[in-house]
Design a protein around this ligand. Structure first.
Ligand code: GLP
Length: 261
């Protein structure tokens, strides 16, 4: 795992967007794993900007999102399909047929999850997976105790997640209690993983995920098992990390990061 600290949340989001843009420029048919949540909005804003000003093309890109709420139709403004259409898909030249999210309204949710795994496999697997982190330590909706080998399936949301996301729904009572999510194992199969976390409210959970033990209680910690996982944070989210100076040294000195400095 690598940990990159950026000055502020804007710089952190821009770095993530530049990595995604380079992936797409190197492979026009790239398969991107995408994430939702307020942290990702700035990443998509930068990608839209790059599409408009520097001809970044999504014409052949395929995408698979991490998760979707159970029971929310695509047109529901709180669905992740709506979020993706609004923040990225409708603003770039991607073909909507090439964008995939699990269908939280499917008649048979188990079959939908199995089919989602097959669709990812048929696309050749995920080249680059974007991730946020919830306050419960989740990636996707892999709440505490999710098996580290889990695949796409239905999960009950943890109280911390319901509390964190309820404001978008106008209160906890109106929020779905379940979601479909790629499993931790599905995520670990991606060829590269990039997790973005910003703000002081993420400092504790980032320290646990990065420097703590690998545990199903904090599913983001499973990224420690991944051969190419990068965690990008701003100073606020880095505040509780013990080895901050070492991580800064890596970004300033390693040749791999030269083009991003
Ligand atoms: C939701 C998503 C997660 C995401 C999290 C972060 O819970 N299911 O995949 O990591 O939001 O949210 P935010 O960026 O708003 O903190």
């Amino acid at each position: 795992m690598e940990l990159i600290i950026q000055r502020d949340k804007e710089a952190a989001a821009l770095l993530v967007a530049r990595i995604v843009a380079n992936e797409v420029r190197a492979n026009s048919r790239a398969v991107l794993g995408l994430a939702t949540g307020s942290t990702m909005e700035a990443v998509y804003r930068h990608l839209v900007q790059m599409h408009r000003t520097s001809k970044l093309s999504f014409a052949k890109v395929r995408t698979f999102n991490l998760d979707e709420y159970v029971g929310l139709a695509p047109e529901d403004k709180n669905s992740y399909r709506h979020f993706m259409n609004q923040h990225l898909f409708q603003q770039v030249n991607i073909k909507l047929d090439n964008t995939h999210l699990p269908d939280g309204c499917a008649a048979d949710l188990g079959a939908e999850c199995r089919d989602y795994e097959k669709r990812i496999e048929k696309a050749g697997g995920i080249d680059l997976q974007l991730l946020g982190i919830g306050k419960s330590g989740h990636i996707g909706f892999n709440e505490p105790l999710s098996a580290l080998k889990s695949r796409t399936r239905e999960k009950a949301l943890a109280p911390a997640t319901i509390k964190q996301n309820a404001p978008f729904f106008g209160g906890e009572a109106k929020m779905p209690r379940r979601a479909l999510t790629m499993g931790v194992g599905t995520i670990l199969d991606a060829r590269r993983c990039i997790l973005l976390a910003t703000g002081e409210t993420k400092a504790d959970i980032i320290a646990q995920a990065v420097e703590g033990p690998i545990t199903s209680m904090v599913t983001a910690s499973a990224l420690q098992l991944h051969p190419k996982a990068t965690v990008i944070v701003d100073e606020a989210a880095a505040a509780k990390l013990k080895e901050r100076e070492y991580y800064r040294w890596i970004f300033t000195n390693e040749p791999e990061w030269e083009e991003y400095r």
